[in-house]
Design a protein around this ligand. Structure first.
Ligand code: M7G
Length: 320
């Protein structure tokens, strides 16, 4: 059955995809009522909002909306200035002047990410909060973290939709279809693909059940090497971006427990590249080569937000 483009767009954004509650064919933010500003950054020109949106016949649904100014595209900018757009003088002093320029609508877009219905975990994920560092030993992982991950129900349906080509199929950049050692490379939904300065793709592995870095052993080296080598190759062919210009890493802890690898432009300060979260794929491969049980044994350090349930679990056992 043909889908409306609006509905398709929404499925593409949150990966809700097939089997999810029906979504209104009208505006995705119809009747949006702001509940809270979760976080904002003047530097990054981004604001995270929690609101309620009217579903078709359902209760108003919790919704997270991320509004973000898109980066400039160098080729569009020179044309913009030569077309003498409206400008308002704000300040003039000697050789210095500041104007406000009103660009045409096509150059004034706001990237809008909608998560609807948003869970409590989505809302907390974007809420600015105090952070606490955890030094998780291999034993802590088994006793505290693993039972926590297994008990939680944060859906990774969007991942399966990509792997099964039920969503974003037309966005796949590269695939190695091997069920054990293969993966799909796809633009991350943080990237609008209009400029390579903030290039961001993710490689999602085909095998299921590899939750995170902690599960990796020498059995996974062929998969990891494929992601590293073939991922770089595909990005070079498509975007002319060399591997030495890419930051290729895994998150620990990730938000979604199905193994995936982030590929971002080295010059881009992508969220989540801090030393306590990003693990370079090169290093991960070397660590496993030198000790196949490296990620089962080593202490891994990461930060948790004040109200995260996992932090409470560590506090219960006196570890934080
Ligand atoms: P993560 O390390 O699990 O967590 O990465 P993070 O979101 O805290 O970084 C998951 C990655 O998948 C992130 O970079 C997300 O932007 C990206 N992502 C999340 N969703 C729900 C989608 C989606 O539906 N489509 C695509 N293409 N990327 C997504």
């Amino acid at each position: 059955m043909a889908q409306s483009s609006e509905k398709r767009k929404r499925q593409d954004v949150d990966g809700g995809g097939l089997g999810d509650p029906e979504v209104s064919d009208s505006h995705p933010l119809a009747g949006f009522r702001l509940q809270a500003v979760l976080k904002e950054s003047a530097r990054d020109k981004v604001i995270f909002l929690h609101g309620k949106v009217d579903g078709d016949s359902q209760e108003p649904q919790d919704t997270v909306v991320i509004l973000e100014r898109v980066p400039f595209q160098a080729d569009a900018v020179s044309g913009l200035l030569s077309q003498r757009p409206p400008v308002t003088l704000q300040l003039k002093n000697d050789i210095y002047s500041v104007y406000h320029l009103t660009p045409p609508p096509a150059l004034n877009e706001i990237k809008t990410t909608v998560i609807c219905p948003a869970t409590e975990k989505h809302i907390k994920k974007y809420l600015r909060q105090d952070l606490f560092l955890i030094h998780e030993t291999g034993e802590d992982y088994k006793a505290v973290t693993l039972p926590f991950i297994e008990a939680q129900s944060f859906s990774i349906q969007w991942v399966y939709n990509i792997l099964e080509k039920k969503a974003e199929a037309d966005r796949i950049e590269y695939e190695n279809p091997d069920p054990e050692h293969g993966f799909i490379l796809i633009p991350d939904f943080k990237w609008n693909q209009k400029q390579v300065e903030d290039l961001y793709l993710i490689a999602i592995c085909h095998p299921r059940g590899i939750k995170s870095l902690r599960d990796l052993t020498s059995d996974h080296l062929p998969l990891l090497r494929n992601i590293l080598i073939e991922g770089q190759d595909a990005i070079l062919k498509r975007y002319g971006f060399h591997g030495n210009k890419l930051r290729i890493y895994l998150h620990y802890q990730p938000s979604y427990y199905h193994l995936h690898v982030h590929f971002t432009a080295l010059g881009h300060d992508a969220p989540g590249i801090s030393v306590e979260r990003a693990h370079l794929l090169h290093d991960v491969i070397q660590n496993i080569e030198s000790d196949p049980r490296y990620y089962q044994i080593r202490t891994l350090t990461y930060a948790l937000r004040a109200d995260e349930a996992l932090l409470a679990k560590f506090r219960e056992v006196g570890k934080c």
